[in-house]
Design a protein around this ligand. Structure first.
Ligand code: FES
Length: 160
């Protein structure tokens, strides 16, 4: 399976690459499947994501995922992005990426979850700094649950 036109477009011309000085939230990840690194920076004002930027030393799908995701979350209220069940929140965040990029090759299905994981980490750090310890630890608790989504590619390939 080939990369979708949207994935190629975002890979060739990624949006929001760079850093934010003194970000309210930041997170970084080494993808547990391949070791590629992504760092996310968030500018948050009164619970709204005003700006989001990323740096990635990853594959085309990872760069496209972070590009789409940062575009989608800008202007969004954190409380809305993180409402619902644990499973629902993770699915909703992943679908922000996959709904836009279209079909992703099974061998690359571990790439979009890395962007979601790094976002959850950045938000949980932000909430902690804001004194919202309970919400911060709930969001931090979602991170291990993202790990199930890293395995989707292997499951898809086994099913073939
Ligand atoms: Fe490493 Fe996509 S993140 S292969």
């Amino acid at each position: 399976m080939e990369l979708s036109p949207k994935t190629i477009e975002h890979f060739r011309n990624p949006k929001n690459v760079g850093e934010i000085e003194n970000p309210e939230g930041t997170g970084d990840i080494l993808n547990p499947v391949c070791g590629d690194k992504t760092v996310l920076y968030l500018r948050i004002r009164e619970g709204v994501i005003e700006d989001a930027k990323f740096l990635s030393f990853g594959c085309a799908v990872t760069i496209a995922s972070a590009s789409v995701f940062t575009e989608k979350i800008k202007g969004q209220r954190i409380s809305e992005l993180l409402s619902g069940t644990d499973e629902g929140i993770i699915r909703q965040l992943i679908s922000l990426i996959e709904g836009e990029l279209g079909e992703i090759p099974p061998a690359k299905l571990h790439c979009p979850p890395a962007t979601v994981q790094v976002f959850l980490e950045a938000v949980s750090r932000y909430l902690e700094k804001e004194g919202e310890a309970q919400m911060s630890s709930r969001i931090k608790g979602l991170i291990p649950k993202v790990s199930e989504y890293y395995q989707r590619g292997e499951k898809a390939e086994e099913a073939v």
